[in-house]
Design a protein around this ligand. Sequence first.
Ligand SMILES: *Cc1c(COP(=O)(O)O)cnc(C)c1O
Ligand code: SF4
Length: 452
Amino acid sequence: MGESSPRFQAFLPRHLGGLLERCGADEETQLLTRAVAAVLPFKTNQYIVDELIDWSNIPDDPIFRLVFPQPDMLAPIELKTIAELIRSQADQATLTAAVRKIQAGMNAHPAGQTDLNVPEWDGKPLSGVQHKYRETLLYFPRQGQTCHAYCTYCFRWAQFVGIPDLKIAAEEADAGRLHAYLRSHTEISDILMTGGDPLIMSTENLSRAIEPFLHPDLAHISTIRIGTKALTYWPYRFVTDRDADDLMRLFERVKAAGKHLALMAHVTHPRELETAAVHRAVQRVRATGAVIRTQAPLVRTINDHASVWRDLWTRTVALDAVPYYMFVERDTGPRHYFEVPLVRGWEIYREAVSTVTGLARTVRGPSMSTSLGKVVVDGVTTVGDQPALALRYLQARDPEMVGRPFFASYDDHAAWVTDLRPLTKTDLPFFDQSADVTAPLSLSGPSFGHRR
Ligand SMILES: *Cc1c(COP(=O)(O)O)cnc(C)c1O
Ligand code: SF4
């Protein structure tokens, strides 16, 4: 097969009707889908539509559910309200007011996503960066705040539907101050570029964002990670796009500067790793010396089966990449749509991990990104005679908390750390007590070094 070089074409809400007709959706289904797309973001592209979705398996196909608005993303009453307004051709102001009301009830600010952990330099906050964990700076380049398609479970949904005040993006005017901050923070070893998707940017803009990190006065920065879904939403970004070759040269320059370069590829379902285009993209990225690590949230009806994760990790390793994170999806947006209880998530993890080669067992368990840190669910156990969930911080704002086992009372409905109760007083400091999570950690009570 010859190598085609398709030009990127986005499908947006106005294309929904045509796309759904293709799968024979009736008018009612089309109306409900449009109603959801009025509240939550929708964007896909021809590669996903032509090569990833199995149109003979609609509406259950996982990739269809990954990118197309689903009626169960809204509460029945919300869905009905919006659908009625569209059906009766209500005026735009009425529709917008109803939409904003529903969006306002969807917790657009999940833990630490906006104003938390923003570092300052010269007494002023640095735009578009977060410094939550000692070693790692999260960096949101301004032109990288969209994606080649939108995932239905995206916790950045608010910025994609234009809710004001939610954008986190680096201003180029702050570049000099960011550099000064990094120079004086030699504890930072990792830059994690994220978005949206930084690889939506032209290679030229991406170079402008990355090259400063290669400067000799930032020798303490040993790792640059790029969080992206382009590898599976638009693999041509690495293969045939106009500036794909330039992107490979940029990756090579990062390597030549002595840095570890990790492409943190968001891969939700093993189907995404099947096409010739993605295989070619992986080969090209690996040829630059960059490493590919994969991560994804665990999402109800899309990948909530052990066999899906087994296939995902097995294929990842076969492609010469490394499985890294299984996330618990944040408590935001259409939460009831994607939610998988923590106990169930751990069961899926355990069953999957027990059936793959040791080389594919690099994911540490379902992990939550919370105000205090990254919490992994180690499993269900009993402590004394009490059923419990064993938990552990993989990362924490307070490094003292990392790696120490702690416990929550067993709860098979809990889907987020805030649904959990500490098992004993000893476990209390591991849970967020304060409403104001920007306040310094108060670690009174049992010292972390001497529990039990
Ligand atoms: C997950 C995460 C990181 C990276 O943590 P690692 O354990 O190094 O993978 C950095 N910053 C934030 C805010 C995160 O949520
Ligand atoms: S790729 Fe990431 S940022 Fe983009 S829509 Fe999906 S979850 Fe959101």
